[in-house]
Write a protein that binds this ligand. Structure first.
Ligand code: ZN
Length: 394
């Protein structure tokens, strides 16, 4: 009861004790006991003062305790690292960005992440309960090896979960951190989908499909009834290698015309016959190019070219997965904004269920969704068992 109650408060579904009572289908006395226990654990606050202006019996307002514990969320991007502290309730602090360390050695990169996260934890007055890392490559389950880490030329099969855990144990997270500090790693698109489902555009969806293009390539994820569908070994939803143009652009996987190669920032620049500034981040420039389509014919044509291919890929996914919502993020969010009708029409034309079964395609809402999702991953053990916050207390 404690875990489900905390999850409902964490995701904003139970802002009051009466909402919690209804959602859990328990008596008021039980809900009172549960919220009292979560408050005693230092996770939530229960405010019984009347809200003012309301009629009838006021219900106690429930909120995440602003002085409660935090986790460290971290992400390795194709062009840098980011770390941030996050409380419950999807409250991510402003991220800190760092350049990639020289070289592509995974241990050096993971050490830089762990040390940057540890510095944030040491500087905080709040207790740190865990750390989780989002990676731009597939991560196997349950062993946590990185596959096809094309961005950094890591050896395929790098035991990234074990290596990261070693670096977390070496780093000094300060006297208030749980010891040993639990760590976890997962794919960034999967984590972004989790964050969107709990705190953003995916809220309430039962079969949520997320498709995203970051700096390079395309990722996807599926959340079914609130849980990530990751397949038998953590490798499901590699949507980037769906073929959307058999004669198209070469893909890093060795094939041609993959969604990965046809709908990422580089593809948009190529379609517009433009060259991005090599000194600036590619994703940001591509997003600006997509947004300029309203007043720029070449950009508009490029958007249509890429949107048609994105639509083909989404239609294939809709036919296989039958989602009730599609969330687009990264560059795909800007493509959706630039040509919403066209994208919906391409998807509908290719879907078995046609226009009658049109799936809502909506823009992502969560800022820094990879980091926000990493925070969700780090919170996971405590959402299952809030008493675990007492573990490792000296
Ligand atoms: Zn490919």
């Amino acid at each position: 009861m404690l875990g489900p109650a905390l999850a409902l408060i964490h995701t904003g579904q139970a802002p009051t004790r009466s909402a919690l009572t209804t959602a859990l289908d328990v008596t008021r006395a039980t809900a009172g006991a549960v919220t009292g226990e979560l408050e005693a654990l230092g996770l939530i606050t229960v405010d019984s003062r009347p809200a003012g202006g309301g009629r009838g019996r006021p219900s106690h307002r429930l909120a995440i305790d602003p002085a409660g514990p935090v986790v460290v969320a971290a992400q390795i991007h194709a062009d840098g690292l980011s770390v941030a502290l996050s409380g419950l309730g999807g409250r991510l602090d402003t991220p800190r960005y760092l350049p990639l360390p020289d070289g592509t050695d995974p241990v050096r990169m993971l050490r830089a992440v762990a040390e940057a996260g540890a510095a944030l934890a040491r500087a905080s007055a709040r207790r740190c309960l865990g750390v989780a890392l989002a990676l731009p490559n597939p991560v196997t389950e349950p062993d946590g090896t990185a596959l096809a880490a094309l961005h950094f030329a890591w050896p395929s099969g790098t035991p990234v979960a074990d290596l990261f855990d070693q670096e977390v144990r070496r780093a000094d997270f300060g006297p208030r951190a749980r010891t040993p500090l639990p760590s976890a790693v997962a794919n960034d698109a999967n984590l972004a989908a989790l964050a969107e489902h709990r705190h953003g555009a995916g809220r309430g969806a039962r079969h949520l499909l997320l498709v995203t293009s970051g700096h390079r390539g395309v990722g996807g994820a599926l959340v079914i009834d609130g849980r990530l569908h990751t397949g038998s070994a953590g490798l499901a939803l590699e949507v980037g290698h769906l073929t959307v143009d058999p004669l198209g652009r070469p893909c890093a996987c060795g094939n041609r015309g993959c969604l990965n190669a046809e709908t990422d920032p580089e593809a948009l620049f190529t379609a517009a016959h433009r060259i991005p500034d090599p000194a600036g981040p590619l994703l940001g420039q591509a997003r600006l190019l997509a947004r300029s389509a309203a007043g720029d014919a070449a950009a508009a044509a490029a958007v249509e070219h890429v949107v048609d291919r994105l639509g083909l890929g989404l239609a294939g996914l809709v036919n296989i997965l039958n989602p009730d919502r599609i969330v687009l993020s990264g560059l795909h969010l800007d493509l959706l904004a630039a040509a919403p009708e066209r994208l919906a029409a391409v998807v509908a034309d290719r879907c078995l269920w046609g226009r009658s079964g049109r799936v809502p395609i909506v823009p992502a809402q969560v800022d820094h969704a990879g980091l926000a999702g990493a925070a969700e991953l780090a919170w996971e053990p405590y959402l299952h068992d809030p008493q675990a916050v007492l573990a490792g207390r000296s």
